[in-house]
Design a protein around this ligand. Sequence first.
Ligand SMILES: [Ca+2]
Ligand SMILES: [Ca+2]
Ligand SMILES: [Ca+2]
Length: 267
Amino acid sequence: MHRIIILGALALSLIGTRHAAASPWAFEVIRYDATGATPGYTDAATALGAPSTDTGFGDVSLINPPFSTAQLVSIGVGGELVVRFENPVTDDPGNPFGLDLIVFGNAFFTHPGTGVIDGFFDADLATIAVSADDVTWHDLPVVAADGLFPTHAFVDTSPPTGFDNASDGSVLSDFTRPVDPSLTAGDFTGLGFAAAVALYAGSGGGTGVDISSTGLSSIEYVRITAGASTAEIDAFADVASAPEPAGAGLILLGVLAVGRRVGGARR
Ligand SMILES: [Ca+2]
Ligand SMILES: [Ca+2]
Ligand SMILES: [Ca+2]
């Protein structure tokens, strides 16, 4: 009995340690140059922590982006934002689609009040660069921040009535899971709200970045610079690798299955 309690306490402490070490968001602003930024949108700390989930007019969704000065930081042409992660973002082979980092902006799909998507708006195609040491920087020219994919905060947000969603969701999307990068804006055009959300497959959206082209196994710093237009950034996330096929999870499932069988036998 004592041994079980001790093992249980050890397991809990390990789980606790893992969670404490696993903050997936940008953690610290290293530099912010507000040159060319939109006035008011100059609090770089708004890029830290989790992506925005509410606009004040309903859930953040792929048709309803964050827009307040407390949620977004503006990066003008000639300006820059550099943030650091608390934990290194690794080029983990278990990451979905090979994507390691997600950048959230305020681009969104448009619709004519019906929820059927007819366009894509406010994509500002900002340049993303990464660094392990804030000295040597690697541009990632294949992808652009503040473009595809719009943030979608709740998997169960209701379809819109008019230009707002009718009621709030309660099940958060996974902000550490990227959208399938083979999708294009055209794949969403003409889709109803539910069908568009289904293409996200539980992801919270954002621009997925594969750091493998840099030759670095991990990075801690991310830099955003504007392209032709002022970009808006909401948050950054470290992608969670897909669960291992074997290991603690399966053992836990086994324990649960045995427990269920014992419970069933008792009934
Ligand atoms: Ca990768
Ligand atoms: Ca934008
Ligand atoms: Ca934010």
